[in-house]
Design a protein around this ligand. Structure first.
Ligand code: GLU
Ligand code: MG
Length: 458
């Protein structure tokens, strides 16, 4: 068993109990980006840290609507059990700011004997972080989280919590204590917030989370969701993180910002390439671009992801990169004199809450590392919206739409040996099975019915 002994967790459990905590939720994201959890009594935290909590192996093949798809290696029968353990250190068990009684920790799934389990998504990201480390590279990542806020009543369809003007301060003031409470809770939970605003769509809000190492970024993405849901519920609202809550909504992008450094030097700035890219930074970006159709199959993988992917909506419909181009699937955010070299990063727009954040970050890092290894050429940045061009002009510029159907998406991902190798055989198979199950549900149904079924799953 590779888990820590329970000592630190015993002390942490006592401290949590003193704060009135009675239970600790150990949570993880499944292959649909849906959060799953087990709650242990606070007195049982130390034991759970050492021995874990038993859960079925079949979580690897749950689809978005909780159906179980018995179709991946070793997952074709009801038999099998793995252990869910807190993924981090005792201090990573977060005391609830204003959620009485329940603490939170990200979890990981290990085999029954405590050894790594092939289907554990966190392990997939750990492998890529280690591979980057072996190449002398440090990756930093941060999520921007867009969501729609609805009144929490029985209305169907749900009623948006506010109407425009978009970006307006007054719409936030109209939400009672929701916004100040959310900011306070995120602060108390150790989630650094860059900024918060009313976004472009109906009752849409956005929260940007500060950069960190990739594992922390994924852990924080999970915790931020819990924090938003809790604050929303306390104020009579319901948050939808779905990629597209309804056809009349704006898409909720969970844009993923990453940068890569060697010896503390950001490879995305200080060079003489386009937008200040160093040669290695250009190779990293070229790797992301080369594998983008497959990466997007992991980072924006669901049926609603495909409906969100509309040209002209800043959602990354076409596979190209641009400098500060918000229509680009890969938006290069360059360093500036004001913000310094560390600020330079690449924003992946084709990213949303239906992605498992550990797998998403792993796919991005794997693509970037592939770029550094193979050094594919980086085309010139595109500063316009290719969606306004003729198809012939796009074709001449080598710009193709990202996959727009589940079939195209599966072909792009499973036809890409680099990205499927990042996932590993088992996760790739389970991922394919749950995607196919969701696609079968959506097939032939009216789009709004499909979007409604996914609206509050995340
Ligand atoms: N809501 C857009 C999306 O679907 C993004 C808008 C923006 O650029 O922030 O990703
Ligand atoms: Mg936004």
């Amino acid at each position: 068993m590779t888990q820590p002994d329970g000592t630190g967790f015993e002390a942490r459990a006592r401290a949590l109990a003193d704060l009135g905590v009675t239970g600790v939720q150990i949570g993880w994201a499944d292959n649909n980006g849906v959060l799953r959890s087990r709650t242990v009594p606070v007195e049982g935290l130390a034991a759970a840290a050492v021995r874990g909590v038993g859960v079925t192996t079949l979580f690897a093949v749950f689809d978005t609507r909780d159906g179980i798809v018995f179709d991946a290696p070793g997952l074709r029968t009801p038999s099998g059990d793995v252990r869910l353990v807190p993924a981090g250190l005792p201090e990573d068990v977060v005391a609830p700011a204003t959620r009485p009684g329940l603490a939170w920790t990200p979890g990981r799934l290990v085999a029954a004997d405590g050894t790594p389990w092939h289907y554990d998504q966190r392990g997939v990201l750990e492998r890529q972080v280690a591979a980057a480390g072996e190449a002398g590279l440090t990756v930093r990542a941060g999520y921007e989280i867009e969501f729609a806020l609805y009144r929490d009543d029985d209305a169907d369809p749900p009623v948006p919590a506010f109407t425009g003007p978009v970006y307006g301060p007054n719409v936030l003031a109209g939400l009672g204590g929701f916004v100040p409470r959310l900011l306070a809770d995120l602060r108390d939970h150790g989630v650094p917030v860059g900024q918060f605003h009313a976004e472009y769509g109906p009752a849409q809000l956005e929260l940007s989370i500060g950069p960190s190492d990739p594992l922390t970024a994924a852990d924080r993405q999970l915790l931020a969701r819990q924090t938003v849901h809790t604050a929303a519920a306390a104020h009579g609202y319901r948050a939808s993180f779905a990629p597209l809550p309804s056809t009349g909504s704006a898409g909720n992008g969970w844009h993923l910002h990453t940068s890569v450094a060697r010896d503390g030097v950001n490879l995305l700035s200080g060079g003489d390439g386009p937008a200040g890219l160093r040669a290695d930074g250009a190779a990293w970006l070229a790797g992301l671009l080369r594998d983008l159709p497959a990466v997007a199959g992991v980072t924006a993988p669901s049926v609603p992801s495909l409906h969100r992917r509309r040209p002209g909506y800043f959602a990354g419909a076409y596979a190209f990169w641009g400098v500060e181009n918000r229509e680009a699937a890969l938006r290069m955010v360059p360093a500036t004199e004001l913000l310094g070299p560390a600020h330079a990063n690449v924003e992946l727009k084709a990213s949303d809450a239906s992605a498992n954040p550990y797998l998403a970050l792993a796919a991005v890092i794997g693509a970037g590392l592939g770029g550094l290894a193979d050094r594919p050429p980086l085309p010139d940045p595109v500063q316009e919206d290719p969606g306004t061009w003729t198809a012939a002009r796009r074709e001449a510029a080598g710009i193709a739409p990202l996959p727009s159907t589940p079939e195209e998406q599966a072909a792009a991902l499973h036809g890409n040996p680099r990205i499927t190798a990042v996932l590993g055989e088992e996760v790739a198979a389970a991922f394919r099975a749950v995607r196919a199950s969701d696609a079968a549900f959506a097939d032939g149904r009216p789009v709004d019915e499909v979007l409604a079924a996914f609206r509050f799953r995340y």
